[in-house]
Design a protein around this ligand. Structure first.
Ligand SMILES: Nc1nc2c(ncn2[C@@H]2O[C@H](COP(=O)(O)OP(=O)(O)OP(=O)(O)O)[C@@H](O)[C@H]2O)c(=O)[nH]1
Ligand SMILES: Nc1nc2c(ncn2[C@@H]2O[C@H](COP(=O)(O)OP(=O)(O)OP(=O)(O)O)[C@@H](O)[C@H]2O)c(=O)[nH]1
Ligand SMILES: [Mg+2]
Ligand SMILES: [Mg+2]
Lengths: 293, 278
């Protein structure tokens, strides 16, 4: 583990009193390797190491903790600070109903499943959510969301594969408004950030909906590419939050730091399984420990 | 007296940027650069082009296992089991392979082995229609082994050339689901001796180092014979397959380059290496 590696590195620091640029070089190298192995983006790692270096130089090597433990604490605290405080992870639902939540992201990241999970969660919170299938491309995508809606007992718009997604969301929004639903959850097709037509479509869908939440759904096992993808989606849409899915696996989840770093937007929810009740709030300290290994 | 010969700091940084950004991973990157430092002469290590070409050669050697597409004619019916974690593109890749085989005049059958996820069988049904393949499906929640057993039996009886068995996505960390997959494999053997002939792991090019864990775990559980790398039409380079092919000796068969039925290519190692450096 990184802690044991740092303990070893810092054994040589005994009696040196303060952390300085020279004596923390090896420690920084350990952290750098660990973060790269955790899939944190290469450039994000570079910046992080620089921040840690600045923060830790001159720090007293405390007598209560061994230097290795103290250094890890600095690294850990810095990572938690970067991953965001816990207050801004709540969904922003305090608006005139129906509040619109739009879900976007790459193919296969877990958007449709996450829409089902959010509907389930909001229903448990005594809200009246309405699901909208706006993916008219993927085979049986509409059916997938309808099946989930039926499983959890939430109403869903009857989209047809020939429909235009912008027409669908406009009609569904108007219907939801007239029929007293307080939250609209819109599932969109997986798309590449480099697909100009699809990025234009998602921008049009956003304009039609004026969503209060635009959630970028990302797979926790995403590698270096997380930065490019998140940045592009954010540049086009100004996302309001991130959902990290498949966190029930053993992916270290460095993509979380990369995405937060490049977009400045908070991770709001975490997918912890395939079933509809497997959605949790994001806890920065938990993922910080995981990324650091 | 001269000390150990090493790459110049500038070249090292440039190569690390390329390799790390491509998800090659720290261990594999370090191993590759170490080989280059041993292979090349002192002056060669200062020349960017020479180093780059040597690196491309080393990577090529690691990923070229000499066998791309599986020779489906070897068995009749040839039975392929498709596995992998959630959302990587298993079902879509099956549709593409089925279409490719259909174009070559083969009679293809699809087995809807994902009896768990919402609308999984409906999704495969669309692909069976698009690729003109037969489909065997079960009831929602039915034991996937029994659906696949029926499919193999049916495929044999109907003189099918290739059977492609879809399975539900699952994380390699889910013990019970990995056991389920082992049972599916055993059941195929019971239905028809010697099957499955190929166990294809589907990996998503956007995945980072966790892909290595996935490959190891699925390989330990089942014995993989091939890999399909999807979503290479994005910006991810899929560098994780270098470590996987080099350590596990499992060949990459196909690459997915889009969501459409014809967006499947046979893996070309030299093309892959060029793309890494572009
Ligand atoms: N283990 C696990 N699986 C998940 C999680 N979230 C989604 N999945 C699975 O991931 C796969 C893909 O989920 P989808 O909801 O279809 O993904 P999507 O983003 O809608 O896919 P496209 O519409 O094709 O872009 C499915 O097998 C889901 O069951 C999660 O938190 N944990
Ligand atoms: N851009 C791109 N998208 C792909 C590719 N292959 C598959 N997809 C998309 O990825 C998403 C997931 O594909 P599926 O075939 O449902 O994946 P799966 O592994 O069967 O998913 P589960 O059964 O839920 O585990 C779909 O939106 C596909 O269209 C590819 O090569 N490129
Ligand atoms: Mg979907
Ligand atoms: Mg599938």
């Amino acid at each position: 583990s990184l802690t044991s590696k740092l303990e070893e590195t810092f054994r040589k620091l005994r009696g040196q009193g303060k952390l300085n640029e020279k004596n923390i070089q090896d420690a920084l190298k350990d952290v750098r390797m660990s973060l790269l192995e955790a899939d944190v983006n290469f450039k994000v790692v570079k910046q992080f190491i620089q921040d840690i270096s600045e923060r830790s130089i001159g720090t007293e090597v405390m007598k209560s903790l061994t230097p290795g433990q103290q250094f890890i604490k600095i690294v850990h605290d810095e990572m938690i600070r970067l991953l965001g405080s816990e207050e801004d992870t709540a969904l922003d639902l305090a608006h005139k109903p129906p509040v619109v939540i739009m879900v976007v992201g790459l193919q296969g990241s877990g958007k449709t499943t996450t829409c089902g999970k959010m509907a389930y969660m909001l229903k448990k919170q005594k809200r009246r959510p309405y699901l909208v299938p706006a993916d008219v491309y993927r085979p049986a995508a509409i059916s997938q969301l309808k099946t989930l809606a039926k499983q959890i007992g939430v109403d869903v718009w009857d989209t047809n594969p020939e429909d235009d997604p912008v027409d669908v969301v406009e009609a569904a929004l108007s219907y939801a408004r007239k029929n007293g639903y307080d939250t609209l959850i819109v599932d969109t097709a997986g798309r590449l950030h480099i697909d100009e037509d699809m990025m234009a479509e998602i921008t049009d869908i956003k304009e039609a909906l004026d969503p209060k939440e635009i959630l970028f759904v990302a797979d926790a096992m995403t590698g270096q590419d997380a930065v490019q993808v998140a940045k592009t989606f954010n540049d086009h849409l100004s996302i309001t939050g991130v959902v990290l899915t498949k966190m029930d696996g053993d992916a270290r989840g460095g993509a979380a730091l990369s995405i937060r770093s490049v977009t400045g937007k908070p991770v709001k929810l975490v997918g912890m399984g395939e079933k509809v009740d497997r959605l949790e709030r994001f806890y920065p300290d938990r993922i910080a420990s995981r990324i650091l290994g | 007296l001269l000390g150990k010969k090493t790459l110049s700091k500038d070249i090292l940084e440039e190569l690390e940027t390329i390799l790390f950004s491509a998800d090659v991973g720290t261990k594999t990157t370090q191993a590759l650069l170490r080989v280059i430092e041993e292979k090349l002469g002192r002056s060669e290590l200062k020349d960017n082009d020479t180093v780059r070409e040597a690196l491309k050669d080393e990577i090529y050697k690691m990923i070229n296992l000499g066998e791309s597409e599986y020779k489906y004619e070897k068995h009749k019916p040839c039975v392929i089991m498709i596995v992998g974690v959630n959302g990587v593109g298993k079902t879509t890749t099956i549709g593409k392979i089925a279409a490719r085989l259909n174009q070559k005049g083969k009679k293809v059958m699809l087995a809807a082995g994902d009896t768990f996820r919402a609308a999984a069988d409906e999704q495969l049904e669309v692909w069976s229609k698009r690729s003109d393949a037969m489909l065997v499906r079960g009831q929602p929640g039915q034991d996937p082994s029994s659906v696949i057993f029926d499919a193999v039996k049916s495929g044999v009886a109907r003189d099918v050339d290739v059977i492609l068995a879809d399975t539900a996505g699952r994380l390699h960390t889910q013990q019970n689901l990995m056991e389920e997959l082992k049972k599916v494999r055993r059941t195929m053997e019971k239905a028809h001796e010697g099957t499955p002939h190929e166990i294809l792991l589907v990996l998503d090019a956007t995945i980072g180092q966790n892909a290595v864990n996935q490959a190891k775990e699925f390989n330990d559980a089942l014995g993989l014979t091939g890999i399909a790398l999807t979503k290479l039409d994005g910006t991810a380079k899929g560098g994780i397959i270098i470590a996987i092919t080099n350590e596990l000796k499992i060949p990459v068969r196909y690459v997915g380059v889009g969501e459409h039925i014809d967006e499947l290519k046979i893996f070309d190692p030299s093309e892959f290496v060029e793309a890494l450096f572009s």
